[in-house]
Design a protein around this ligand. Structure first.
Ligand SMILES: [Zn+2]
Length: 308
């Protein structure tokens, strides 16, 4: 499994652990979702083993370990709810059946209401659990986290790695199209060098270009029939790349010439800003459905229906 880590943060947490100075709750902020989440899971792995290869590590990385609880915004919600925090507290008040430290990861704590954050604060300040527990809170806007929570956590700032920066960095090693597409999938240069030869990446690349060439619903149906058995990874890459293409149609001013940028120019000319925005929202929703294990072919089918 490829993890996107922030080397500085990894080192900081490793040092704390090696020196027995780990805090019980950390607040991660400033980074992109995948990096912060990967770092949180990596932190949990290191409490157990850290090899990333054994069954324990794999279970943690795949959110299947009984002692590691990953809480994220539910598919039909826009925020972490108070119920989720209460459930966490209830679960952790019972001793775990599995030996070893327990970890909870709350992805998007900044979305939680004040009441929900206060529940969490109480959970942190007056623990009802007997096991060793670590918490990782992930915030995208640290201003929306209660000061009282911030003061109880080790604050860990990630370096921002925007898509734009990654794309520019990758342009030294890859052509414009690959830089664009790879930067949509990872901001780590080593990962990108592996990805560029990866089958799922090559599939996604073909899919994206075919998709952008579709002209009518008849073509779209053929495209669907041909690709309906695509894997989850293919679809993830496909959506991530397409999302950035649509984002660029709404933001980019300076136009470069390459396969992808020509398509972006074409989209900009063919559709109004409203349509482009709508399509971007459809893609983001599709990406979200994928995270909640909606069947791949259904997601692709819906996409075709909504686009054509
Ligand atoms: Zn391991």
């Amino acid at each position: 499994m490829q993890l996107d880590l922030d080397d500085r943060v990894t080192l900081e947490l490793k040092r704390a652990k090696d020196n027995d100075r780990l805090l019980h709750v950390y607040l991660f902020y400033g980074g992109d979702k995948k990096t912060m989440l990967d770092e949180a899971r990596f932190f949990a792995c290191n409490l157990y083993c850290g090899c990333l290869e054994c069954q324990t590590c794999k279970n943690i990385l795949e959110d299947k370990h009984l002692n590691v609880k990953h809480i994220s915004i539910l598919a039909d919600k826009t925020m972490i709810t108070k119920e989720q925090i209460n459930d966490l507290e209830a679960e952790f008040s019972m001793t775990s059946l599995v030996e070893g430290p327990r970890v909870y990861i709350i992805d998007g704590i900044d979305t939680a209401s004040q009441a929900a954050q206060n529940s969490l604060l109480k959970f942190i300040e007056e623990p009802t659990y007997k096991d060793v527990v670590y918490g990782i809170l992930i915030a995208y806007d640290i201003n929306n986290v209660l000061t009282t929570i911030k003061s109880r956590c080790g604050l860990v700032r990630f370096m921002p790695k925007s898509f734009e920066q990654a794309k520019d960095m990758l342009a030294n090693d890859f052509n414009l199209d690959d830089s664009f597409m790879l930067a949509s999938l990872s901001q780590n240069i080593n990962t990108c060098h592996e990805l560029v030869e990866d089958e799922a990446y090559l599939n996604a690349k073909t899919l994206v270009l075919e998709f952008l060439n579709l002209e009518n619903s008849k073509d779209a149906v053929l495209f669907y029939m041909k690709n309906k058995n695509l894997s989850k990874l293919d679809l993830t890459y496909f959506l991530n790349i397409l999302i950035n293409i649509y984002r660029e149609t709404l933001t980019v001013h300076k136009l470069l010439s390459s396969l992808i940028y020509d398509k972006i120019t074409m989209l900009k000319q063919a559709y109004s800003k409203t349509v482009l925005e709508e399509r971007l929202q459809i893609l983001l929703k599709a990406e979200n459905k994928l995270k909640y294990n909606v069947v791949e072919k259904n997601i692709l089918h819906e996409l075709i229906v909504l686009f054509f």
